[in-house]
Design a protein around this ligand. Structure first.
Ligand code: ADP
Length: 322
């Protein structure tokens, strides 16, 4: 059998672990493996390269993706996808492993519907993919955000300031909520839940009056009140703290994948190859509890992994505000 692997959409630390695992699991079955560069766009441009055991060596500890990634508007069209199917057939590729977020996995399902055997792997720092407890890249990005929040807290406490920290997450507040919980933030803003600006301002006033050394707010990019809006609001409000704004941005995507993501990517990559070997197409290898499961792509596309309201409530409780 000849299979291909591609990484698509937003990059996530651990994508290299996926490429390595897919390649070596396939090679160990005596299969041929091809890497498709720059996601679906690379498929349309014929950017294929053979992968061998050696060519995927020395990459598991590097962030980013050695195959490159891209967004491909052309692949969103039926004509583009048909060209993709033809390119796969011309190269003799019988199965494709797609690592990416919800968009990329939707693309994989569309390929499946055109008769291509596909297996998906959730890889996105947002942790918004339905059907898996966690996606490849989430843990590393979370630790990057947390490290930044810890540092910000040091300086905030020295100056007795409020700091509003914007973390990634346009539609999903997982990174914001978990980094706020782990970083001991005083408040968190996420797209999923209605913010309580009056409550936050009252907590800020009471904290300032009680001489609290800092007030950290973590806000997801897609929060209903933006990090900048809240920061400006705090600075305009008398009797609170002076505020500083930090937008963490793309630093959250890079860096060496931590142990968790190296292990997860290794497990999911091999599981995707097992699915193809069993003739099971159109599934995503996901983690549920301690087990790797096969989840039909049909069940995950168009959905979003929900944020746990209990954890949101816990973050509020543990903020220990007056
Ligand atoms: P992510 O995979 O990180 O969610 P995107 O949503 O940008 O990122 O999707 C990455 C790529 O996957 C898109 O550029 C497109 O090529 C492909 N894709 C996304 N949604 C679809 C769709 N509905 N149909 C076909 N291809 C899609």
């Amino acid at each position: 059998m000849k299979v291909a692997v591609l990484t698509s959409g937003g990059d996530a630390p651990g994508m290299n672990g996926v490429v390595r695992s897919v390649a070596r699991a396939a090679l160990s079955r005596g299969w041929e493996v091809v890497g498709i560069e720059r996601g679906y766009q690379g498929l349309l441009e014929g950017r294929l390269r053979p992968l061998e055991n050696r060519s995927v060596g020395g990459i598991i500890h590097h962030g980013g993706t050695v195959l490159g990634t891209a967004r491909s508007p052309e692949f969103m069209t039926p004509e583009g996808r048909q060209r993709g199917v033809e390119a796969l057939a011309a190269a003799g590729i019988e199965g494709v492993v797609v690592a990416g977020g919800e968009g990329s996995l939707t693309g994989a399902l569309r390929l499946e519907e055109l008769g291509v055997a596909v297996a998906g792997i959730p890889a996105t720092i947002d942790n918004d993919v339905w059907g898996t407890d966690i996606a490849v890249g989430v843990d590393t990005a979370l630790n990057t955000a947390l490290g930044a929040i810890d540092r910000i807290k040091d300086t905030a406490s020295s100056h007795q300031r409020a700091h509003v920290v914007e973390v990634m997450g346009r539609r999903c507040g997982y990174l914001a909520l978990m980094s706020a919980l782990a970083g001991g933030a005083e408040a968190v803003l996420v797209p999923e839940f209605e913010p309580d600006p009056q409550g936050i301002m009252a907590a800020l006033r009471e904290s300032a009056a009680a001489d609290k050394p800092h007030f950290i707010v973590v806000a997801a990019e897609g929060a209903r009140i933006s990090a900048r809006e809240l920061h400006e609001y705090i600075n305009d409000a008398p009797g609170t703290f002076e505020s500083r704004l930090t937008v963490l941005g793309h630093v959250q995507r890079g860096g060496a994948p931590l142990a968790y993501d190296r292990i997860l990517s290794s497990r999911l990559g091999a599981a995707a190859i097992s699915a193809l070997a069993d003739g099971e197409s159109g599934v995503m290898a996901g983690l549920n509890g301690r087990k790797v499961n096969r989840v039909p792509l049909k069940e995950i596309v168009g959905k979003m992994r929900p944020l746990d309201p209990e954890i949101y409530a816990l973050a509020e409780t543990l903020a220990g505000l007056p």
